[in-house]
Design a protein around this ligand. Sequence first.
Ligand SMILES: *[C@@H]1O[C@H](CO)[C@@H](O)[C@H](O)[C@H]1NC(C)=O
Length: 175
Amino acid sequence: MPLPGANYLPFLALVLCVTSLCASRLNVPRVLLPYNHHTPTNFTLKVYNGGCYQWECSRQEVALLVGLEEDGCANEVVVSAISRSPTRQTAIILAQDSGSGDVLRCDVLVDTIHHLEIITTTRELYEEEAPEAFEVQAYDSQGNQFSTLEGMEMIWELETLTGLESSAGPQSVLR
Ligand SMILES: *[C@@H]1O[C@H](CO)[C@@H](O)[C@H](O)[C@H]1NC(C)=O
């Protein structure tokens, strides 16, 4: 005997698919990019489950769309944070589906990095131990995390704990 609800399952799956999974959407609804005077940071916006989109940016002096062909459509675009102002700047990027006319939106914020945090499981490394990854995350003055730090140069320094004998210089263990 079939289960009572069995006939509804394909229908339910279809509804879920239509309302969430299969709808066209951008990989992010909002990006926070670091202001970098020398090398603008780039971030790739992508449309999931989408067709072909025409892209436009409300403020070209804040964020530039790179690599678009004129009159062409694409399902991804590189956003370059070219803002020349260290204060918070915002721009809106709209992507319109050439076929259906659907519009997707992404807010781009370009702001100065306020502080950095190192994400790691340990702050003390011992020789001959398994390698440890150190990741840096950056935040604005309100504690919002930046979407990427691509293009930002970091100087890493390790300190040898005082009072402990170390045969390896701190810099020799960095990769
Ligand atoms: C971002 O893209 C621009 C233009 O393509 C390029 O000049 C710049 O070097 C890129 N930034 C980084 C961090 O690679």
